[in-house]
Design a protein. Structure first.
Length: 278
């Protein structure tokens, strides 16, 4: 296909455009007429770039500062919370010091009522986070044995005037007590008839433990407020100590039921505890 040649009118337009370009270039070189325009355009380019970069950089910097301030505020709040909890704990323990002898008599009465046998030691509360009982799965106390002998107390049972509290799981410095409500805790129970057994576990809820059983195995009927006692199975907890009563009965499915057992003990009631080595 043959190429179309420019028409005479188009040639004239091309020539005029080239001539105008040469004229502008000549004028710029000899008279500097376009320097101001070029400088203004260059200044506009620099200003626009500066404004854009400043807006982006400053916004990002402000975001970083806000993030740092928020992070700093979180750290400061956590430190303040730790100090408040430490202060609360100290005041709590000090407030319990005055009831030492009262606790002593109440504890002795509790031991007599439960007819407990074994080596018995007194212990004082040294550390606890009272707030954890309302929020967390790990429920622990730390005790100091009074007139401690050089021996290990791991797996020893801990009681106070209100009943069974838990067991010692570590004796490295203070005695670490895992409460019945701790999610890692379990205690074999028996009902008042002596016909129903279950292994109740802590659920991380203050004041309650939970017993799940199959109705295919256990056909006994239960009612609210039915009492439960330690069965003595497992060799850790002594038998026939009252643990609590049924607070609610919940069916999971057609065969499984959960008994929510409200404990009678209050681990934070006393400053004095009894440690029983079976």
């Amino acid at each position: 296909m043959a190429r179309n040649s420019p028409k005479p009118s188009e040639k004239i337009i091309y020539f005029l455009i080239i001539l105008l370009g040469i004229l502008i270039l000549y004028t710029d070189i000899n008279t500097k007429k376009f320097v101001v325009i070029k400088n203004n355009l260059y200044s506009l380019q620099i200003s626009s770039s500066y404004i854009f970069n400043r807006a982006i950089i400053e916004s990002f910097s402000e975001f970083i500062e806000i993030f740092k301030s928020k992070e700093k505020l979180i750290i400061e709040n956590n430190l303040l919370k730790d100090k408040l909890e430490e202060s609360y704990l100290k005041n709590y323990i000090i407030s319990k010091e005055n009831s030492f002898f009262t606790d002593h008599n109440s504890l002795i009465n509790s031991l007599r009522e439960n007819r407990l046998n074994g080596d018995f030691f007194y212990a004082k509360l040294r550390s606890v986070d009272p707030n954890m009982f309302s929020c967390c799965d790990k429920h622990r106390l730390f005790l100091e044995i009074i007139d401690e002998e050089d021996q290990s107390f791991e797996e020893s049972v801990v009681l106070n005037s209100t009943g069974l509290v838990g067991q010692i799981i570590d004796s490295k410095s203070y005695q670490e007590v895992m409460l019945l409500t701790d999610i890692k805790s379990s205690i074999p129970l028996i009902d008042s008839t002596g016909d129903f057994y279950c292994n109740a576990k802590g659920g991380g809820k203050a004041g309650y433990i939970f017993c799940t059983f199959s109705q295919l195995v256990w056909t006994e009927k239960h009612e609210i407020n039915d009492p439960f006692f330690s069965s003595g199975l497992g060799g850790i907890y002594p038998k026939n100590i009252k643990i609590g009563h049924i607070a609610s009965i919940n069916k999971i499915d057609s065969t499984s039921t959960v008994l929510k057992i409200e404990l009678i003990n209050d681990p934070l009631k006393d400053n004095l505890f009894g440690v029983l080595k079976m």
